[in-house]
Design a protein. Structure first.
Lengths: 304, 275
């Protein structure tokens, strides 16, 4: 379970006059996501949903509020008093607060993340990418040696096959198409068998047909995990209303930025497997379209 | 799957050597270059021969070739080359072994960067040849002085390029490794280093060039062995063919080392080739 309470994120930016200025990226977002749910976040560009996702992943510290995953704090909150500030600075003199440790590989939480531009390592082959993630996840107390290694190889091959990358194990990402790279990122995320997968516009860069296939693959893998009694939470940032409604149990619409906050929470209580043209789904899509449309029109009124 | 095209043993060595020769010599045997190169060689031979240029200033190609042979037989040229190369490789290894880790650490960590960067920014603008007098006083004349001068020459380009390459690492790669649980050391070894790899190889090429410059300067200032020493000696006795032999040798060594690095880059960064 993911619980977030009153997450806000402020940045300091420089405006056109060369003065420092505060920028609110995320304002007071509170959200609880139960185990095994798929949740999508929708909203206009710049409303802070990607920032929120990075905060969830522990890649950025929230300015205010806290996130707990199964009761454990994701990142320690930023200091608020001068005294705390000095302590904080002293503690993180040499390594950043985001670091997992200096020498031992150990993830803070059981999370995998898929980035918008995949972020698979171009200097590793497909299988090396997956094995790298597996090795990191095995952590400091890994049983090194041949047995563990061949086990990891088997697992990597298994997941590569699962996402349909059989035969591309020894290709470098530069030799793969965009859709295949996305599959590789998916395989890497799934292979560590995480409890939570965070996705930042995962299917934005693939063509429409590929996208539908990837969505179905993702759902299938998610169902598999659920059937195997290891439910996965999927939190997804998306621009695509249809995708969001088709995949999710709940769609969260953010208000336009800067300073995005939750505008609506729209549950999608339609049993799976769903059809893309299911009247219930289409109805929800139209509602969300209307909401987004309204926001865009209002914004343009204000700006004129 | 991987071993489909794998060959082993001596065949593999021959294959690699063949690949290297093809890569290195390939651009010498293009019609375009030969059209320029052969006339140049002919001019070199013919201009002094016809007396258009005084032979005392520009000796013929054949004279230079004869001088090379003579030096090889009677002046221990091979030994001199060996000395120079030995020093060069010692300096190169020391400089790279220092510069790459320091560059990695500086690119990785802000604190380390803020401590060390100003130091290099102060020291690096000093032209390496300006170190010569101090070095001679401290190390005396000998191999340690030559090696130190070359280290100075090679160190800075490698350091700054490594640092820059590491600093520019795409934060998304770091983030994705961190989410999977990578420790800082793993990040350095598997992410930062490979991201900076192209920049490091580039800087090694610059380092070879700088190292050779410092080789000549150092050996010309003192010592009894080395190509730079031969060059200085040729200058003292006004032996223009010998000077040309030395220049040609230095050029050849530089070219050869850079080709080796290029081949290494092709072999080690297969992942870039597809682009």
């Amino acid at each position: 379970m993911i619980e977030t309470r009153g997450i806000s994120k402020f940045f300091s930016v420089v405006n056109e006059n060369g003065m420092a200025e505060g920028l609110t990226a995320v304002l007071n977002v509170s959200l609880t996501i139960p185990d095994g749910a798929i949740v999508s976040m929708l909203g206009p560009s710049g409303c802070g949903k990607s920032t929120f996702l990075e905060i969830l992943a522990g890649l950025q510290a929230p300015t205010d509020g806290e996130i707990r995953i199964d009761g454990n704090l994701v990142l320690e909150p930023l200091p608020s008093t001068r005294k705390e500030m000095e302590d904080y600075k002293r503690r993180y003199r040499f390594i950043s607060p985001l670091a997992n440790g200096v020498f031992t590989d150990h993830p803070k939480h059981d999370i995998a993340m898929i980035f918008q531009d995949y972020a698979v390592f171009p200097w590793m082959t497909a299988i090396q990418n997956v094995v790298f993630a597996l090795k990191l996840r095995a952590g400091g107390n890994n049983r090194s040696g041949r047995a563990a290694r061949s086990e990891m190889m088997d697992k990597a091959v298994f997941y590569l096959n699962k996402v349909g990358l059989a035969g591309a194990e020894n290709k470098y990402p530069s030799q793969l198409s965009g859709g295949m790279r996305q599959r590789l990122a998916l395989a890497r995320a799934l292979s560590v068998e995480p409890k939570i997968i965070l996705m930042d516009e995962p299917f934005a860069a693939v063509d429409a047909l590929q996208r539908e296939k990837l969505q179905d693959d993702l759902l299938r893998l998610w169902e598999d995990a659920k059937a195997g009694n290891a439910p996965i939470i999927i939190v997804m940032v998306s621009h695509d209303v249809q995708e969001a409604v088709y995949l999710s149990d709940e769609v969260i619409v953010f208000s336009p930025g800067p300073g995005g906050t939750i505008r609506n929470r729209i549950p999608v209580a339609i049993p799976r497997p769903r059809a893309r043209t299911d009247p219930g789904i289409v109805e929800i899509q139209e509602r969300i379209f209307a909401i987004l449309q309204y926001d865009i029109n209002q914004e343009s009124m204000y700006s004129i | 799957m991987t071993d489909q095209y794998e060959t082993r043993g001596i065949r593999r060595v021959l294959l690699e050597l063949g690949g290297f020769a093809k890569n290195a010599l390939g651009n010498f045997f293009t019609p375009g270059f030969l059209c320029l190169f052969i006339p140049l060689l002919l001019l070199w031979e013919l201009l002094p021969r016809t007396g258009l240029v005084p032979e005392s200033l520009l000796p013929r190609l054949s004279t230079v070739a004869a001088a090379f042979w003579d030096m090889l037989l009677h002046k221990d040229l091979a030994l001199h080359i060996l000395y120079s190369l030995g020093r060069f490789f010692a300096a190169f290894s020391i400089a790279v072994a220092l510069a790459v880790p320091i560059g990695l650490l500086m690119g990785w960590n802000l604190k380390i960067r803020s401590i060390f960067l100003p130091l290099w920014q102060l020291l690096s603008p000093i032209p390496p040849p300006a170190w010569v007098p101090m070095t001679i006083i401290i190390f005396g004349i000998g191999s340690s002085m030559h090696i130190f001068l070359m280290v100075i020459g090679i160190f800075y380009p490698v350091l700054f390029n490594t640092y820059q390459g590491v600093k520019d690492t795409d934060p998304r790669y770091l983030a994705s490794a961190r989410v999977f649980g990578a420790s800082e050391f793993t990040l350095l070894r598997h992410v930062y280093f490979w991201h900076a790899f192209g920049a490091i190889i580039m800087s090694l090429k610059t380092g070879v060039a700088m190292g050779l410059v410092m080789l000549v300067i150092g050996e010309a200032y003192g010592g009894r062995m080395g190509i730079g020493f031969l060059l200085g000696q040729a200058k003292d006795y006004f032996l223009i063919p010998d000077m040309m032999v030395c220049m040609g040798l230095l050029g050849f060594i530089g070219w050869f080392l850079i080709e080796v690095l290029k081949y290494l880059e092709i072999k080690l960064s297969v992942w870039k080739v597809g682009r």
